[in-house]
Design a binder for this molecule. Structure first.
Ligand SMILES: Cc1cc2nc3c(=O)[nH]c(=O)nc-3n(C[C@H](O)[C@H](O)[C@H](O)COP(=O)(O)OP(=O)(O)OC[C@H]3O[C@@H](n4cnc5c(N)ncnc54)[C@H](O)[C@@H]3O)c2cc1C
Length: 414
């Protein structure tokens, strides 16, 4: 698919990185009639996009802008201008007008009606051809060429140079490096004087140190209360679904929670997870219902509300036999049981590493980027788009929308 290599020594716009952000940037620059070269180190575009939403691609979310700002981390308002140019209605129209209907599911999550991420990628790559974007697959950019504070082009690993006065860096973060996102652009940005906010894992499982927790491996628990605290500060407090794993916690609410504790964990601060296994029942209600079942064994009484493996685990943690009759428990025993059900404490020691995190938090500092155009404030003609920037957030389609919106703006102004 590599086209016109021999004639390819310059372009009006070079886009580095063929993920969702880079593809959209190249399409939008092509739409403006610019001569565009898109460079991707893999031999096909957007390998990470193909993995999204378990292959179904949660492409965007129909939430309000305010909801996006709440979900995309402390820097999200940086996207205000980008969302004016290109938000979910425009993204949905982009696909639907090209023959791919988008359907909405719970909580505003949107997917292609075909449920195939490959269809999302295909529309983007077809559009490249229509916009006459020159494609360079299997080519890795080694460095940016900069002189007098202006971008002048890029150099491949083989030494070949392409010159241009506009370059869009859309090389992603450091998560899932097997897809090509190995942080090259972060290195280029740092070398050219941009501040890099230390990358850290986002949407990642949490490693917890709790004796015998491994016994619960594979159990999914629905509608559980998860609170993450640092000292007396509550960093996260929501109800959702969790999964017990050999290392600790995973599941949708845990992945989102990990974004809110990543900085503390990176700084080595002690974060604690508190789990409420039955948040809809208060401690008083639970105490009263146990008292009413006085002759039953504590294990079978709790099994009515919680799965047996979890009950056995929790009772073992307070050294009480599941066979013990409730009427034989003393008040201290009952309070211990209530405490582990309503307030199970798990010290969190780390997130899973960046390699297995779904997104990268941190990246090129937004202080160095103009939010109206995505142009660098340090190097004229250099633009950023997508996850390379210090902006990323919760699951639900928010990250892809951010990549498409910033790609659109970068391509519009490059
Ligand atoms: C398993 C998984 C599931 C996900 N599911 C969802 C979801 O359903 N919804 C959602 O909103 N988000 C999801 N995400 C997050 C989303 O995929 C990313 O936020 C998005 O892909 C970022 O897009 P990007 O274009 O900025 O970067 P990337 O997709 O990382 O693309 C960057 C590209 O640049 C290329 N590149 C890097 N360096 C060079 C170089 N030196 N030369 C040439 N090319 C280079 C890479 O090969 C790569 O193809 C998921 C992520 C993962 C890992």
């Amino acid at each position: 698919m590599t086209q016109g290599i021999s004639n390819l020594s310059s372009a009006e716009v070079i886009v580095v990185g063929g993920g969702p952000a880079g593809l959209m940037a190249a399409i939008q620059a092509g739409q403006r009639g610019r001569s565009v070269v898109l460079i991707e180190k893999n031999f096909s575009f957007a390998p990470k996009l193909l993995l999204t939403g378990h292959g179904r691609c949660n492409i965007t979310n129909t939430s309000s802008r305010e909801e996006y700002f709440a979900r995309l981390g402390p820097n999200a308002e940086f996207l205000r201008d980008a969302f004016v140019h290109f938000f979910h209605p425009q993204l949905i129209k982009f696909y639907e007008s090209r023959g791919l209907p988008i359907k909405q599911e719970a909580e505003g999550r949107c997917f292609p009606a075909t449920e195939k991420a490959a269809d999302v990628a295909r529309i983007l790559t077809d559009e490249l051809q229509l916009k006459n974007v020159r494609i360079q697959l299997g080519k890795t950019v080694q460095q940016l060429l900069i002189g007098d504070g202006r971008i002048q082009g890029v150099q491949y690993v083989n030494g070949k140079v392409i010159s241009s006065s506009s370059v869009v860096l859309a090389t992603g973060g450091l998560s899932y490096p097997q897809t090509g996102s190995t942080g090259d652009g972060l290195r280029f940005a740092e070398q050219s004087g941009h501040q890099i906010v230390s990358p850290r894992p986002g949407l990642a499982g949490l490693v917890c140190q709790v004796p015998r927790w491994r016994d619960l491996k594979g159990i999914s628990l629905y509608g559980v209360g998860l609170r993450l605290i640092l000292g007396k500060k509550i960093l996260f407090d929501r109800v959702g679904d969790i999964m017990a794993t050999h290392y600790g916690l995973s599941g949708p609410v845990v992945l989102n929670a990990s974004n809110y504790v990543s900085a503390a964990l990176q700084a080595g601060k002690p974060v604690e997870a508190l789990i409420d296994f039955i948040p809809a029942t208060t401690s008083d209600q639970l105490r009263a219902s146990l008292a009413a079942a006085g002759n039953a064994g504590i294990g079978s009484a709790l099994n009515k509300r919680l799965t047996r493996r979890l009950v056995d685990f929790l009772l073992d943690s307070v050294k009480i036999s599941p066979q013990k009759k409730i009427s034989e428990l003393n008040q201290k025993n009952v309070e211990h049981i209530l405490d582990v059900i309503k307030n199970f404490a798990m010290p969190v020691t780390a997130s899973l590493p960046l390699e297995s995190a779904m997104i990268t938090l941190g990246g090129v500092s937004l202080k160095d980027i103009d939010p109206r155009t995505m142009q660098s404030r340090k190097v004229q003609g250099l633009f950023f788009a997508g996850e390379i920037m210090d902006i990323a957030g919760e699951s639900g389609g928010f990250n892809l929308q951010a990549a498409f919106s910033t790609g659109y703006v970068a391509g519009h102004f490059a």
